[in-house]
Design a protein around this ligand. Sequence first.
Ligand code: NDP
Length: 236
Amino acid sequence: MSEPRTVLVTGGNRGIGRTIAEEFLAQGDKVAVTSRNGQAPEGALAVAADVTDSESIDRAFTEIEEKLGPVEVVVANAGITADNLLMRMNDDEFESVINTNLTGAFRTVKRGITGMIRAKKGRIVLISSVSGLYGVPGQANYSASKAGLVGFARSITREVGSRGITANVVAPGFIRTDMTDELSEKQQKEYLSTIPAKRFAEPAEVAKVVRWMASDEAAYISGAVIPVDGGLGMGH
Ligand code: NDP
């Protein structure tokens, strides 16, 4: 097994982020988890941080660097939804989702990239969504934020690809978490009928892909969008 690295997972206190954190812990990495409530799975360093606040992210990185060493892997996972049809969507619903999902990833990666450039190695994994490139009615804000991550990863790749750093996007489909439990039974049935795999996925199915994208084996993959969606978004 490779040397333990320091891994940061934003929004790692529950859902997909928590499972990603557990996956890295299981392979022996040092894992820090941020969220607004500051909880984390056992074995991870729990740090309270809000991705909508650059100073809060800076403080979190400083604490993680002091306690666990330079951050080599950043998984930008924190995300929210505020679904509404475009005609009814207000500015706050649009801006808050962009601010958390897209600008939050920018703030996190920007703070982390200096250390990666210094170390001449790093892995950035951005958790997008099938919604980003497929489009979903009622999710103009969310889809825009998740599609934005693709351009973000690709620009990072062109800026720092020569420094041993990769930046990739993982685009999950329908994964069982608090976020999707909020959908009505009718909505869940409709989604299921469109998924070629005819099932929803468990968070671990995303986490294992993220762990691999951050591994040495994936060193020559950058700027890619990796779907984990049972075939839902084919053609991305
Ligand atoms: P959850 O709602 O279960 O978890 C969201 C996480 O984001 C929580 O840890 C939450 O922590 C954190 N978070 C939200 N806002 C902030 C903030 N301002 N600052 C810091 N942390 C924040 O969601 P999922 O696990 O379902 O989703 C995780 C990611 O995967 C998201 O980016 C989501 O868009 C994406 N995704 C999910 C899919 C699914 O089917 N579930 C499908 C496709 C993509 P706290 O509230 O404590 O701050």
